[in-house]
Design a protein around this ligand. Structure first.
Ligand code: ACO
Length: 358
């Protein structure tokens, strides 16, 4: 049977850091509140468009796999914060990296987009449609953030990461998964202003407000992720003690702890970086995978579990087996252009631009 091993990985985090103390300069909040309720201490704010973050992450992932861009057969670009809807993000990435002619699609299930993309690309490799794929999770939330709303502005950050999948006969990559969605709860997380539904209401695209029932999202997230973990483990015929590392969606430390407790996995076997990046939506899991590899937390043959949830409310969990190689085959010289503004200055510019009449 054909499987889809992860053979390359790369991340791109914009350099500008927005601390909790920075947020407290323009929002009625405190470092103590944010840290104790979410675990988040800082997040990144991008000075470049989404496509640029994805490009750098993708070049790094391809170099790590030693796969030439022209050999790429499929790009799945997971995001909910597109620079453009038409043409899609994946076609722009295809041109930028030089993967001429390959299949290229965007996929949006909010924070689970990367993992839905991982399962989609894996299925296409298993069924022989393609023999490799570049799967991206990238988000530029900051331009779509309502920086006047302390309920949501403290939670999110920008970032990107990508992985390369390649066909193999070894049982590696995604072994089992559960993908799901509680569509009846979709109204508890809605970003007003991000679609055609708002065009006739006189609201310019991108002028947003967030409908966000934090406690209800919290409950649904824990329930959906726990259900997905149990189902994915059951399909893989594995028990929680056999999992070497849980790499969960990073939205809130308390959500991660609740899911780990229900899954009966001790926190020592859970990768957490939410304190440094906040919720980067679809980018959280691939960035965490990259960092877990860099830090030696993923070893040859490691079994991983990746629970996640997102707007929709989508949820999923994958059981993955890592291959023999945990180091990159090569590195890329791709870098972001230098950033000459602080994160606070970038956020203030977003606020100012929205206050100015178009
Ligand atoms: N600073 C200070 N006070 C705040 C802040 C803030 N940033 N935000 C809210 N508060 C206040 C509230 O106004 C409320 O005040 P009140 O009691 O006077 O009304 C109080 O703090 C308590 O608010 P709660 O909502 O009860 O706080 P809770 O402990 O539930 O934490 C939180 C809120 C962090 C949002 C939590 O519910 C959560 O993490 N939920 C999950 C949200 C999430 O991760 N979503 C990601 C999905 S996004 C996607 O998929 C695209």
């Amino acid at each position: 049977m054909t499987h889809a091993a992860i053979t390359g990985w790369g991340k791109c985090l914009p350099p500008a850091v927005l601390s909790n103390a920075d947020l407290a300069t323009f929002l009625d909040t405190t470092d103590e509140w944010i840290t104790s309720r979410t675990g988040i201490r800082e997040r990144r704010i991008s000075h470049v468009p989404l496509g640029e973050l994805a490009y750098v992450a993708s070049r790094r992932a391809l170099a790590a796999a030693a796969l030439e861009p022209r050999e790429v057969e499929l790009i799945v670009f997971g995001t909910c914060s597109h620079d453009d809807q038409v043409p899609n993000m994946a076609s722009g990435l295809q041109c930028r990296i030089g993967a001429e002619g390959c299949a290229a699609m965007d996929l949006n299930t909010a924070c689970t987009s990367f993992l839905y993309g991982l399962s989609t690309a894996t299925a296409m490799i298993r069924s022989g449609v393609v023999s490799n794929a570049l799967v991206v999770g990238a988000e530029l939330i900051s331009p779509f953030m309502d920086w006047t709303d302390r309920n949501v502005a403290v939670l999110f950050g920008d970032g990107a990461a990508a992985v390369v999948l390649q066909a193999t006969e070894r049982p590696e990559g995604v072994l089992a998964e559960l993908l799901g969605c509680s569509g009846e709860s979709r109204e508890i997380l809605r970003v007003h202003g991000m679609g055609g539904a708002y065009v006739n209401k006189g609201r310019p695209y991108g002028e947003v407000s967030w409908q966000f029932e934090g406690q209800e999202i919290f409950r649904k997230a824990v329930h959906g992720m726990s259900h997905a973990c149990e189902a994915a483990l059951g399909k893989a015929k594995l028990e929680p003690p056999e999992i070497d590392l849980v790499v969960p969606h990073q939205a809130n430390l308390r959500i991660i702890e609740a899911v780990a407790k229900r899954a009966r996995v001790p926190m020592e076997r859970v990768y957490v970086n939410v304190q440094r990046y906040g919720n980067m939506s679809s980018a959280t899991v691939p960035v965490a995978l990259c960092e877990a590899l860099e830090g030696g937390r993923i070893r040859p043959g490691s079994l991983l579990l990746t629970p996640a949830f997102g707007g929709g409310l989508s949820y999923c969990a994958q059981v993955l087996r890592w291959g023999e190689r945990t180091h990159p085959l090569g590195s890329s010289d791709a870098e972001l252009p230098p950033c000459d503004r602080s994160a606070l200055e970038i956020v203030r510019d977003v606020l100012e631009a929205k206050r100015r009449p178009a």
